[in-house]
Design a protein. Sequence first.
Length: 106
Amino acid sequence: MSNGILFLSVSIVLDVIANIFLKKSDGFKNKSWGFGAVILIIIAFATLSQAVKTMDLSVAYALWGASGLLLTTGLDVAFYGVKLKSMALVGIVCMMTGIVLIQSFA
């Protein structure tokens, strides 16, 4: 695995954890969760910046954004009981298709 993919993967995981922390902060009412989210997103962007040293920015950012959204949505559904409407599911399928296309042709 190239360093770019490794840094991108770490950045995606940190982004998803930051999103969970942000949810737990309840609009920054619970400040420790909120500040944890801010710190994690800063580290996520730092690792993303390392990823773009070896991969195209457009590819890295598209994969980072879509993967983060998909994983965060999956965790919301699995652990927080979020119900997705049919159009949201269509959007998820479109994002997954986009990720496959990017990885296949980038």
